[in-house]
Design a protein around this ligand. Structure first.
Ligand code: UT7
Length: 326
């Protein structure tokens, strides 16, 4: 018997406030032209001062439950990918469980920064395949604007806030073939030697006299992102004995349109088969893939039975990919 974890519902949440590149020009020495040319970003959403990561995670999760006609009691696991929790503890997953009246079951956060959703999806898939849970809410939620240095033009123009959620459900009737709906493979990596390319200055217990700000060696991260994404999509193809032609949609992490285009080119995929939200969302870290998926499902682009390749890279460096039959 093969158990597959099927994505049966999705939801998303973006804060009301939109910050355009023209707005950014008033904050730092930058131009709309530079931001668009180098990143593809036109605008991003920004959470209100009193709007927390948990608020966004709860809103996205609520929408996913509604989409799948689920009640809180139908869920037996919650995994949230975030690097911007409300507090050190309890986790965002616990706050979602409380807010949505989800009965006792597993609930915890995963911290793999921009790769967090792929990591969370992989963990949830393993739990479902081993029978530890049957229906898991997997959420990516971030308030990245709370950890930006608004004097650093090299980073503050890049990020945005939001949350995306899916419900991952066990299908015990799967045949064990490529045609099955569900997660077909996941691939996770990290290279700790590259930890100094992207990090935050404060937070936690290491440097708590400093403000918690994102620092990035953008050019180096870019170089590694292009290489690692190219390597990992090849690995997904080889592992599943498929060719790029078999893939219906690339659903990439949304950090930079140039990285996305490089991966699509590697796969010989037209940009018409790539879900792009970076222009409107900026980089929402762990929220970017589930937000992109939610948009693509709601717009009717991604349909049941489509083969999706998801991939992401983030601080660590961490990176990962998943092949999913939607
Ligand atoms: O999601 C987590 C993973 N993160 C990523 O994947 C991000 C990877 N990196 C990138 O996307 C790109 O490296 C950036 C978008 C961050 C930067 O683009 P770049 O083409 O690599 O630019 P750069 O860092 O090489 O900077 C080029 C120039 C510099 O000026 P000089 O030294 O050439 O005179 C920067 O000071 O652009 C300058 N610059 C800016 N100019 C206007 C940097 N930021 C800005 C800005 N506006 N906002």
């Amino acid at each position: 018997m093969t158990i597959r974890s099927v994505i049966t519902a999705c939801g998303g949440y973006l804060p009301e406030k939109i910050v355009t590149n023209a707005d950014m020009e008033k904050i730092v020495d930058t131009t709309d032209e530079w931001i668009q040319q180098r990143t593809g970003i036109k605008e991003r959403h920004m959470a209100a001062a009193d709007e927390k990561t948990s608020d966004m995670a709860i809103a996205a999760a609520k929408e996913a439950l509604l989409h799948g006609s689920y009640k809180g009691e139908d869920i037996d696991g919650i995994i949230v990918a975030t690097c911007t929790p409300d507090n050190t503890f309890p986790s965002i997953a616990i706050r979602v469980q409380d807010a949505l009246d989800i009965p006792p079951g597993l609930a915890f956060d995963v911290q793999a920064v921009c790769s967090g959703f792929i990591y969370a999806l992989s963990v949830a898939n393993s739990f479902i395949q081993t029978g530890l849970a049957r229906r898991i809410l997997v959420i990516g939620a971030e308030k990245m604007t709370s950890i930006l240095n608004w004097d650093d033009r090299a980073t503050c123009v890049l990020f945005g806030d939001g949350a995306g959620a899916i419900v991952l459900e066990a299908d015990e009737a799967a045949q064990g073939s490529l045609e099955d709906r569900g997660v077909l493979s996941t691939h996770l990596y990290a290279n700790g030697h590259l930890k100094d390319l992207l990090y935050t200055t404060g937070g936690g217990t290491g440097n708590n006299d400093k403000p918690d700000h994102v620092m990035m060696e953008g050019r180096d991260v870019f170089r590694h992102a292009v290489q690692y994404m190219s390597d990992i999509v090849n690995e997904v193809l080889e592992h599943n004995h498929i060719s790029p032609d078999d893939i219906d949609w690339l659903v990439p992490h949304q950090a930079n349109i140039r990285i996305i285009e490089a991966t699509a080119k590697k796969l010989d995929m037209s940009m018409d088969q790539v879900i792009v939200t970076v222009d409107r969302h900026g980089n929402t870290s762990a929220a970017s893939i589930p937000l992109a998926l939610n948009e693509a499902v709601r717009s009717g682009q991604v349909k049941q039975g489509d083969l999706l390749l998801m991939e992401a890279l983030g601080a660590g460096l961490t990176w990962g990919a998943a092949l999913v039959r939607f």
